[in-house]
Write a protein that binds this ligand. Structure first.
Ligand SMILES: CC(=O)[C@@H](O)[C@H](O)COP(=O)(O)O
Ligand SMILES: NCC(=O)COP(=O)(O)O
Length: 237
């Protein structure tokens, strides 16, 4: 069964745009869970452009489904995650000034670093996932680094699918089959949407979780949050 984790970064973007506390991030997280979401994802970036470190702390007591914190494991991020102890941490190799996540880890080049940081989170009871491109060597490198799961970076698939090209799914199928063989859990995310999620889910064996934010919030502007969450859940069955 593939779980839907709603990324609420964009709610924090809207909140910060006026300097107040509307929309309230914690209330939104409670509501999406009430509407059926099986997880809440946040991605506190070093510049706190949307989700702030304090949001991560405030959400801890309110997220009763799966709590996933994504980010580049710089010292301040590691310290935050160890103090909050979410269900899962997803390590993303984001540059500080990146407009959004735009690449997965080179798990071969960064094996030593990833192995150490993964072990530290696991020793604190936090499930680990690392953001990777659908590159077989990087899937193997993720296994070697000891992570519990990988998160397949799905921007390339989404871009091609949205242009009408379904062939972009193949590297993801190959990567998922390898991950299953290696005993790695499989998550996925970035630019997934109501348009492409059903095809992706149908083709990826063993998909445990998708984290979706940008498209889901944009779709909700027209269709309503509760309705959109229910639409995703039906497509993920
Ligand atoms: C790792 C990933 O794909 C998401 O966390 C994405 O980066 C969302 O970040 P923004 O909301 O800052 O675009
Ligand atoms: N890990 C992907 C995520 O959390 C949300 O990505 P997006 O749906 O905002 O592109």
């Amino acid at each position: 069964m593939t779980k839907l984790s709603v990324n609420i970064n964009k709610i924090a973007t809207l909140r910060n745009s006026r300097g107040g506390d509307v929309p309230n991030v914690v209330k939104f997280a409670k509501d999406v869970q009430r509407f059926g979401a099986e997880g809440v994802t946040i991605h506190p970036r070093p510049d706190e452009r949307h989700i702030r470190y304090q949001d991560a702390r405030d959400l801890k007591s309110e997220v009763y489904t799966e709590y996933n914190i994504e980010g580049n494991p710089i010292d301040s991020f590691v310290e935050l995650v160890l103090s909050v102890k979410p269900t899962q941490v997803t390590l993303v190799p984001d540059a500080v000034d990146a407009i959004t996540s735009n690449a997965g880890w080179n798990t071969i080049k960064h094996k030593g670093f990833l192995t150490d940081v993964i072990k530290e989170f696991q020793q604190n009871g936090i499930r680990t996932s690392i953001f990777v491109d659908p590159v077989l060597e990087h899937i193997e490198g993720a296994k070697a680094a000891g992570t519990d799961r990988i998160e397949l970076y799905t921007e390339a698939f989404a871009h091609q699918y949205n242009l009408g090209d379904t062939k972009g799914i193949k590297p993801y199928v190959d990567s998922a089959m390898l991950a299953n063989t290696l005993g790695l859990g499989i998550n996925a995310g970035h630019d997934l949407s109501l348009e492409n999620i059903e095809f992706f889910k149908k083709n990826i064996p063993g998909l445990l979780e998708v984290s979706i934010g940008h498209a889901l919030i944009a779709e909700s502007l027209y269709l309503g949050v509760e309705n959109v969450i229910q639409m995703y859940l039906r497509k993920l069955k």
